[in-house]
Write a protein that binds this ligand. Sequence first.
Ligand SMILES: Nc1ncnc2c1ncn2[C@@H]1O[C@H](COP(=O)(O)OP(=O)(O)OP(=O)(O)O)[C@@H](O)[C@H]1O
Length: 119
Amino acid sequence: MSNFILGRIKSIYFALKGFFWLIRNENSIITQSIFALGFTILGFYLEINRMEWALQILAIGFVLAIESLNTAVEKVCDFIHPDYNGKIGLIKDISSGAVAFAVFTAILIACLIYIPYLL
Ligand SMILES: Nc1ncnc2c1ncn2[C@@H]1O[C@H](COP(=O)(O)OP(=O)(O)OP(=O)(O)O)[C@@H](O)[C@H]1O
């Protein structure tokens, strides 16, 4: 049982290690985090409601999580095949496509939340 708890604590430590690495080193995560901060300030300024906060937090987390997985895919690609390769290029494009899905979703959510406040 104590091994189980120790294993879980170690997993949390490794996850936090990855979390802080992404925030310190990955430009796409830093950029998305700046957008997230901007929308958080806008949310407080326009006093969006509880449900709108929930949707906004979900959209921000969704984009950052998919962006993080995209970074992991890019790192694996660069590790297993550092040279130019058509298949690696397609894998990276598909992984970036996943980010695009998440970002389009977040843009739609932002429109649904903020357009009524602007009108
Ligand atoms: N080894 C490769 N072989 C073929 N095409 C590649 C290769 N590396 C990158 N590409 C092409 O360049 C695009 C950008 O790849 P890259 O790894 O630079 O990602 P990025 O989105 O610019 O990420 P970051 O800014 O985080 O480095 C890929 O989507 C792919 O089309």
